[in-house]
Design a protein around this ligand. Structure first.
Ligand SMILES: Cc1cc2nc3c(=O)[nH]c(=O)nc-3n(C[C@H](O)[C@H](O)[C@H](O)COP(=O)(O)O)c2cc1C
Length: 188
């Protein structure tokens, strides 16, 4: 597929078939996706791939966080179970983590590079018929999640990628044409 077509036809996917994405394939795609520009070559990223029974660790943490925040005592178990089941239903979750440099400028550049990896991966996956959505729910910041996943102090979680073979592909969300956002300076 032409790169331009891939870029225009990729969608964020929220609903997946109950079909495993091979870890070897995800790893192979990540190994290509990391070929991003990275000023200072800090390469600050790492990834946690959770799949199959391996999702239980995250699902249990989410269950706990959702239970303790449920104001209606009688609904706690039900609410926790709902979110547990949601996590378990996602075929593969890739947690994207970045070492936070103490230098603000390098930290921002590192965030830019790591974001490029996510989009590279998204396009490479789409080419293979695999969809994903980059999720940034607030509980990614919580100690319960971080501890469960072994995320160390000084590491930033950019998001969870929900990865799988699409059960439904959403319609395109229109973009403002770039023409409307371009200023061309041709003369002195
Ligand atoms: C940094 C970032 C965070 C995002 N977080 C979420 C999220 O938490 N939940 C979600 O449903 N989509 C999230 N998205 C996906 C966007 O909603 C999606 O890209 C946008 O609606 C455009 O749709 P498209 O990707 O299909 O073109 C995120 C995207 C980015 C770049």
């Amino acid at each position: 597929m032409e790169l331009s077509q891939l870029l225009r036809e990729r969608r964020s996917v929220h609903r997946f078939q109950q079909k495993e994405v091979p870890v070897e394939l995800a790893t192979e795609l990540l190994d290509t996706a990391i070929w991003v520009p990275n000023y200072h070559m800090t390469q600050p990223w790492r990834f946690i791939i959770s799949h199959g029974e391996g999702k239980r660790r995250m699902a249990e943490a989410v269950r706990y966080m959702k239970e303790i925040r449920e104001p209606d005592q009688s609904k706690r178990k039900e609410t926790g179970q709902k979110f547990y089941d949601k996590i378990m239903a996602i075929p593969m979750i890739i947690t994207v983590i970045m070492q936070e440099n103490t230098n603000l400028i390098i930290r921002e550049e590192d965030y830019a590079s790591t974001s490029c990896i996510i989009h590279n991966f998204s396009l490479l996956a789409w080419e293979r018929g695999i969809g994903l959505v980059w999720e940034t729910y607030p509980w990614l910041l919580e100690a319960v999640f971080r501890d469960a996943m072994g995320i160390k102090p000084g590491e930033k979680v950019l998001g969870n990628l929900h990865v799988g073979y699409p059960a439904q592909i959403p319609n395109a969300q229109p973009r403002i044409p770039a023409m409307e956002r371009i200023t061309v300076i041709s003369e002195a």
